[in-house]
Design a protein around this ligand. Structure first.
Ligand SMILES: [Zn+2]
Length: 77
C-alpha cells in the first residue's frame, strides 16, 4: 500500500508541463513543452488585453543533481 502511494505521489519519469499542467514522460515533455508554450502564446494573444495572463514561467525545480540541489536552494528568491 505504501508502495502504491509513493508511485501515485511521484511517478518516476513523469513530469508535469508547467504551461498546461498535464503529465508527460520526460521525453514527451521535451517535445511538448515548446509547442504548448507557443500555443499558449497564440491563445493568449487572442484575448483582450485585460484578460491576458503573464507568460507561465518554468519552475526552477528541474530534477536536481546532488550538487545542483544545494545551489538551487541558495539561489531561490
Ligand atoms: Zn503543456
Amino acid at each position: 500500500m505504501i508502495e502504491n502511494l509513493f508511485i501515485f505521489i511521484s511517478k518516476p519519469g513523469f513530469r508535469v508541463c508547467y504551461v498546461c499542467g498535464r503529465e508527460f514522460g520526460s521525453q514527451s515533455l521535451a517535445i511538448h513543452e515548446p509547442q504548448c508554450l507557443e500555443k499558449w502564446r497564440v491563445e493568449n494573444s487572442k484575448l483582450p488585453e485585460e484578460l491576458r495572463r503573464p507568460l507561465p514561467r518554468k519552475p526552477q525545480v528541474d530534477i536536481p543533481t546532488v550538487s545542483d540541489s544545494v545551489c538551487a536552494c541558495a539561489s531561490v528568491g
